[in-house]
Design a protein around this ligand. Structure first.
Ligand SMILES: O=C(O)[C@H](O)[C@@H](O)[C@H](O)[C@H](O)COP(=O)(O)O
Length: 260
């Protein structure tokens, strides 16, 4: 697994702007090399701040929006259009403002969809959608995402994989239903760590003093069951995008020398 790389920015606003610029460049490079790009979005304040920064970036339309595949790392299992859904928030921040190809935008199922209020069935449906999009050479029946974004919770959760919960222990399925999540709402759908680890690059976003303990813990080597963020690694790159407040308790030997 790739060793985590750390980049520390002055504050959360600058982190969002810099992460958005980084993502634009990544997508442009992928589209130039392969004619397409795929990104997995995350919910939460930092994930949404990145999308907002992307939407207002002067370089925004360097991206060929019609050749971008968008997936989600997790979703709150609520009715379509619910303001609490990550998909709804992503649409408000970015998706409804750029000319995406709707066929290439893959929201996770809603609780009023074909599977009703059964998160396990909805998770299975999403796993099938991922498998259909995967190429023969992709591992696990998951496309090799160019960038998979993850916010990091104060308990070191990523997506909807919480410490010591069943979802973080899953080693076979690529998508799981989550019940009784400590972070409301309690019912969710989430990629599993094996699916997350199929991504070329995994970028973890953490800003604010309330994340300092989680960042220090996740980087200091406990297992992924106790600290799910520590198991979120890309096949080519694992990048932690932090602000100084969230980086405040990282062990000295890990603190990047050239931090902003
Ligand atoms: O559905 C969700 O809530 C997210 O996917 C979740 O994993 C989030 O990214 C983290 O909880 C960090 O959230 P903040 O960035 O708001 O702290």
């Amino acid at each position: 697994m790739t060793t985590p790389q750390l980049v520390v920015h002055r504050d959360k606003e600058l982190m969002a702007l810099a992460a958005a610029a980084r993502l634009i460049t990544k997508i442009v490079d992928a589209q130039s090399a392969r004619g397409t790009a795929s990104v997995v979005l995350t919910g939460g304040r930092n994930g949404n701040a990145l999308l907002a920064a992307l939407a207002s970036s002067p370089a925004r339309d360097a991206v060929d929006w019609g050749r971008l595949d968008l997936w989600w790392g997790d979703e709150r299992f609520l009715p379509e259009g619910d303001p609490e859904r990550n998909h709804t928030q992503a649409r408000d921040e970015l998706l409804d403002r750029v000319p995406l190809d709707p066929a290439r935008v893959h929201p996770m199922p809603a609780s009023d969809g074909p599977d009703g209020d059964n998160p396990e069935a909805a998770a299975e449906r999403y796993a099938e959608e991922l498998a259909k999009a995967a190429r023969p050479e992709d591992r696990l029946g998951v496309p090799a995402f160019d960038v998979l974004l993850l916010g990091v919770g104060p308990d070191t959760h990523v997506a909807s994989l919480f410490p010591e919960h069943p979802g973080v222990r899953e080693t076979e399925l690529t998508v799981v239903g989550v019940r009784g999540a400590p972070k409301p709402p309690p019912t969710r759908i989430s990629l599993t760590l094996p699916a997350i680890r199929a991504a070329r690059e995994v970028w973890l976003l953490a800003a604010g003093e309330d994340k300092a303990d989680a960042v220090a813990l996740a980087l200091s080597g406990p297992g992924e069951i106790q600290a799910p963020a520590s198991g979120a690694r890309g096949t080519q790159r694992t990048l932690w995008l932090l602000d100084r407040a969230a980086a405040g308790r990282i062990p000295a030997q890990l603190y990047p020398p050239a931090s902003a």
